[in-house]
Design a protein around this ligand. Structure first.
Ligand code: ZN
Ligand code: ZN
Length: 112
């Protein structure tokens, strides 16, 4: 526990930008976490958003009937690929376009 020079207990005070300061409500004295990092520890939980699930479509015989487009394969450099679109669960989001190289079957998604 930390006390201000005036004798009041310093209270952690979270700023709008996420930084935490030790603040004295007695006199208004403020100690920033960077200048006094050893005095107190702030454990911040970082919540990772769910990893984006990558949809992998198994290779199928339908590839030949799928529409093709000019898209360069990152793997083999071939510039012709079939493509299809998938709508994500949330209808608010735009659909994702997938490409599959006609030569090596490498599949990737276009993030737009
Ligand atoms: Zn004070
Ligand atoms: Zn390829």
């Amino acid at each position: 526990m930390q006390f201000c020079e005036c004798g009041t207990i310093l209270v952690p005070d979270k700023q709008p930008d996420g930084k935490i300061q030790m603040k004295c409500y007695g006199c208004g004295y403020i100690i920033t976490s960077s200048s006094n990092s050893k005095a107190f520890e702030i454990k911040q939980k970082i919540r990772h958003s769910d990893l984006e699930k990558t949809v992998i479509i198994e290779a199928s015989d339908e590839v030949e009937t799928m529409p093709s487009a000019t898209a360069k394969c990152e793997k083999c450099g071939h510039n012709e690929a079939v493509y299809w679109q998938l709508q994500t669960r949330s209808s608010d989001e735009a659909s994702t376009t997938f490409y599959r190289c006609k030569k090596c079957k490498f599949t990737w998604r276009d993030y737009g």
